[in-house]
Design a binder for this molecule. Sequence first.
Ligand code: SAM
Ligand code: SF4
Length: 332
Amino acid sequence: MAKTKLIDSFNREHTNLRISVTDQCNFRCIYCMPEDMQFMEDEKIMTFDEIIHLARIAVNLGISKIRLTGGEPLVRRGIPQLISRLRQLDGLKEISLTTNGIGLIKQAKDLYDAGLRRINVSLDTLNEEKFEQMTRRKVLSRVLAGLKEAQRCGFNPIKLNAVAMQGFTNDEIVDLAKFARENSYQLRFIEFMPLDADDIWGRNMFVSGKEIISKINAIYPLERVQSNGEAKHDAAKRYRFTDGRGDVGIIASVTEPFCDQCNRIRLTADGQLRTCLFALAETDLLTPLRTGASDEMIADLIIEAVRNKEPGHKINSADFVKPKRNMSMIGG
Ligand code: SAM
Ligand code: SF4
C-alpha cells in the first residue's frame, strides 16, 4: 500500500515538499539571481497561516518531509515560530532548512529551540575574494561564524551545499572536502544547473560530479555508499571516506539526472505548486485558498498536478526550455 496519495503516472510516490517562504535574499549569487532582482509584491507572498494550511493538506496527502527554502528563508521574520507550528502537523516526520548561513549567527539558537535539527548551508568557496565574486557580498567570515554557531547549538547533520562552477570550484574541491572532514560537516556538491537569472549557464560552465569525485578520491580515498529505502530518493549520490571521516554527496542533476527516483514537489513563495525544478507549468494553490476553496478541492488540485508530473527534466535535450523563474523564485 502506498504511503502517499501523491503518485504520478510513472508510479513515483511523492513524500517530500519544499516550501519557499520568500523570494527575497541578502545575497546575489551569480548562479541564481541578478544584481537588480525584482521581488514579488508583499501581498502575493503566502502568510504563515496560509503556509500551514497548505502544508497540512499536503501532509494529509502523504507528505512526510518538508524543507523550508527561498530566496533566503532567514530574511523573513518569525521562521522559528513557523517551524514550531509545522512540527505540530500530525504525520510530518522531518523538517529541514536551506540557508545561505548569514542569519545563523543570530538565529541558530532560536531555530534549534523551535525544534529544527537539520540544516543545509550554502558554501561554495573558502576564499574571501571568490566568495565575493560568487555571491556579490563580502561576508564569508560571517557565514563561517554562523556555521560555528549552528554547530555549537547542536544542529546535526549540518550539510554544506557547494554549487560546482567552472573557473570557481575546480581548484577548491579538495580544500572544501578537507574543511568538511575537519569540522564534521557533510559536504554536497551540486552541478550548476540552468536556473540562473543572467543566462550564464552553458555546458562548459559546470564541474561534473565525476571530476569532483576523482579529485577528492586522489587525496582522500572514497567508496560509493549504496542507497536503500528512503535514501534511494536522495538527490545526492553518497561517497564515504574510507578512513571513516564522513562522506561527500554529489548532486549530478546535469550529467546523471535522478528524475526516475524523484519524490519532490515544490511550493513557491506565492503559492504555486511546481512538480519539477524545470517545470514550465505551475498549479496555483493560493488563489483557491484565498477565495474559499475547500481543503478537498485544494487536495484534488495537488493530486492532479502530481499525476501530470513530467517524466524528467530536459537539460540534455535539444528541446530544453529554461523555466521563466530563476532558482530564487522557485525555491531550491
Ligand atoms: N538562499 C538559500 C541558500 O542559498 O542556501 C536557500 C535557497 S537557494 C535557491 C537553495 C540552493 O540552491 C542553494 O544551495 C544554492 O546554492 C542552490 N542553487 C541556486 N542556484 C543554483 C543553480 N543554478 N544550480 C545549482 N544549484 C543552485
Ligand atoms: Fe540567495 Fe540562495 Fe539564491 Fe544565493 S542561492 S542568491 S543565497 S537564494
